[in-house]
Design a protein around this ligand. Structure first.
Ligand code: MGD
Ligand code: MGD
Ligand code: SF4
Ligand code: MO
Length: 616
């Protein structure tokens, strides 16, 4: 490493690749894969490898937000202003709305692309200072089904497996994930695993013949929305053939009888008909899954983005439990996270129904613990509004102010008519963005320029629970500020009004101070990271949680002892009946539209869209 080089991570997908950023002190001049990062060992995909080009002077001049701007009149032009004026104005408007309508008239809509430290401050600001749980993240559109699926079965929101498991797996079950395009470097590792072990069986469950399906030994092109039926059919076959593990089920789980009764109806004939696949393929899938030495599942939006997303997740985890394919090298469910720090957001609990360090808002003891940690009297008990509800409430006039950070709802939320009505009806809309090309900027009363990749410090957690340091290689352009600083700026101004004379709840001068507070909140929890520090992340490299005080390194996989994160240590089977699509096709609506990403573009394309070469 030369002095002009900085270790950081790629800001795109949840694989969480390490990058080495080259700079001349002022500008980012190059990027390459970090050979020492455990996620990618030096490799990058097209998006990661072109990052430096998206940070050139030319691109910055054309598309970056460089100073705070106020729109005094809706539809009118924006006027530049200084940070002090911008944040004074923001705090005045927020305080006024709270005074008139109470704190639940506010809505904070944040993002799995914020760093853990940014996320932490926003969560404390909403729940600790302002007293509203109306903070939710775009993870609601993404990973919340996976969260619910893990909690319902294994007891905690903790992906139990890791990338290394690809090397040990004998069967790879990829469901509703186009890994080849959406998690490209992980896919390179899948290809490596297949080359090293030609006996590895790959099953891909996807209605489309994707590039991922091309490498499959068995592709199940099921009809959209029929996964629960497929998984129940697999369990039916496993039971019939004696491929389940009654010893494991008896020792480590509960609730199997109800599921057993439910899947009795999922005969191969019925499953073949509902899912539109061959009965023989169902039997093969069940055999490979249950009888291989180790089966690893990878899954993403094909399971999550569904009206039965939680049921799909839980039914797949059920298969792992019933066949004891969990808690061993190469075996277990591994949900792939989409955004680079979807996991970090879950860790700090920055969603409407969660609290810090995997605590639950509904639990009075958890609320008391968090209030004590934060030094506030209480944390509000009433669940906040989820992302979709937040925009509905704004469209209905119940939420009066929307604070949007690092996400572009005018493009990415479902039901755009409601979203736009919400953005128009809300009295005060703040958009904290890095790129002026984001569609939501047009709705901002106050537009705040955020520092972005290569310009900010903090941490992120990738799909395999691995925490990495994110580092700044250059200063942000113009007057852009890191997201945590903007949130702290607002918080301190509000404190001055709401708790005059009292010591600040937001004393942070660096991301490390925020992270240290977050670390303390994890003590004794399933994601305990009290053994970790910024310094250790530098010297020992990225680490997987948990890593409690005294541990020399993080833990690769969970539940190896068969003790789960539930009250009695037993995993819980879910028995949720398959439901047909919420909006089935009919003669007048003959098409089923499904989601799917572009290989070389990222979501709303504010960053990737600046490069002609990424339009293939
Ligand atoms: N290039 C690129 N990579 C990305 C992103 C990006 O924007 N661009 N975004 C990131 C983010 S935030 C996310 S969440 C991930 C998403 O990662 P993935 O979920 O792997 O990506 P998608 O392309 O949405 O693929 C979903 C797959 O599910 C299939 N599918 C649809 N309906 C069903 C169904 O009912 N059952 C099953 N089994 N399959 C179904 C679709 O055909 C599709 O192939 O990607 C991340 N990586
Ligand atoms: N139709 C459809 N809609 C979908 C999906 C789908 O498959 N189909 N997928 C859903 C999923 S899984 C997801 S995750 C969401 C993603 O939806 P969004 O969150 O809207 O996606 P992005 O375009 O990545 O938005 C991130 C925004 O943050 C800005 N930004 C970048 N860096 C920074 C920074 O450091 N600070 C700040 N403040 N801003 C920054 C970017 O310019 C960008 O506008 O979309 C969801 N919506
Ligand atoms: S695989 Fe994901 S994290 Fe890795 S370089 Fe590509 S986009 Fe970035
Ligand atoms: Mo996502």
């Amino acid at each position: 490493m030369r002095p002009s080089e900085t270790r950081s991570t790629c800001p795109y997908c949840g694989v969480g690749c390490g990058v080495i950023v080259e700079s001349d002190g002022r500008r980012i001049t190059g990027v390459r894969g970090d050979p020492q990062h455990p996620a990618n060992a030096g490799r990058l995909c097209t998006k990661g490898a072109t990052l430096h080009l998206t940070a050139s002077d030319e691109v910055t001049r054309q598309v970056r937000l460089l100073r705070p701007q106020l729109r005094p009149r809706r539809g009118g032009p924006l006027q530049p202003m200084g940070w002090d004026d911008a944040l004074d104005h923001a705090s005045e408007r927020v305080a006024d709305i709270v005074a008139r309508h109470g704190p639940d008239a506010l809505g904070f809509y944040v993002s799995g692309q914020l760093l853990t430290e940014d996320y932490y401050v926003f969560n404390k600001l909403a729940k600790g200072l302002l007293g509203t749980n109306n903070i939710d993240s775009n993870s609601r559109l993404c990973m919340s089904s996976a969260v619910a699926g893990y909690k319902a079965t294994l007891g905690a929101d903790a992906p139990p497996a890791c990338y290394e498991d690809l090397v040990h797996a004998q069967c790879l079950f990829i469901a509703g994930s186009n890994t080849a395009w959406a998690h490209p470097i992980l896919f390179r590792r899948i290809e490596d695993a297949k080359r090293a072990n030609p006996g590895l069986r790959i099953i891909v469950v996807d209605p489309r013949r994707t590039e991922t399906a091309e490498v499959a030994d068995l592709h199940l092109p099921l009809l959209p929305g029929t996964d629960v039926m497929l998984f129940h059919g697999m369990l039916h076959v496993m039971l019939r053939e004696g491929w389940t593990r009654p010893d494991y089920i008896a020792a480590h789980t509960r609730g199997f009888e109800a599921l057993e009764a439910l899947v009795r109806q999922a005969t191969p004939e019925r499953v073949a008909q509902v899912c539109g696949i061959a009965a023989a393929d169902l039997v093969t899938a069940a055999r490979w899954f249950a009888t291989s030495q180790a089966t690893l599942s990878l899954y993403c939006q094909g399971l999550n983005q569904s009206s039965s997303g939680t049921a799909k997740n839980a039914a797949l985890i059920d298969l792992h439990l019933a066949s004891a394919q969990i808690g061993r090298p190469g075996a277990g469910p591994l949900s792939l996270t989409g955004q680079p720090n979807a996991m970090g957001g879950r860790e700090v609990g920055a969603m409407a129904n969660l609290l810090s360090a995997h605590r639950d808002l509904a639990d009075p003891a958890h609320r008391a613990e968090v209030a004590a940690l934060w030094g506030v009297e209480s944390v509000p008990a009433r669940p906040g509004r989820s992302a979709v509800q937040m925009f509905e409430a704004a469209a209905d006039g119940e939420i009066r102010a929307l604070w949007i950070a690092c996400t572009n709802p005018a493009q990415s939320m479902p039901d755009q008519a409601t979203v736009r009505r919400a953005l128009e009806r809300a009295e005060f809309v703040v958009v904290q963005e890095a790129f002026e090309t984001a569609a939501t900027c047009a709705f901002a009363d106050l537009l705040l320029p955020a520092a972005s990749w290569g310009e900010k410090e903090g941490t992120v957690t990738n799909s395999e629970r691995r925490i990495s340091r994110v580092r700044a290689a250059v200063a942000p352009p113009g007057e852009a500020l890191p997201d945590w600083r903007i949130a702290v700026g607002l918080a301190r101004r509000l404190e001055a009004r709401m708790r005059p004379g009292q010591p600040t709840l937001f004393p942070y001068e660096s991301p490390e101070e925020i992270w240290n507070e977050h670390r303390e909140s994890t003590r004794g929890r399933d994601l305990d990271i009290t053994g970790l520090s910024y310094a250790m992340l530098g010297t020992a490299g990225p680490q997987q949680w948990p890593i409690p005080e005294g541990a020399a390194s993080g833990r690769a996989r969970l539940y190896e002892d068969g003790i789960f994160a539930t009250a009695d240590g037993r995993a819980e089977f879910s028995a949720i009946t398959w439901r047909p699509l919420a909006e089935p096709t009919d003669a007048r609506h003959p098409f089923t539209l499904i989601t799917g990403r572009l290989r070389d573009q990222w979501h709303g394309m504010t960053r990737t869209g600046t490069l002609g070469r990424l339009f293939g």
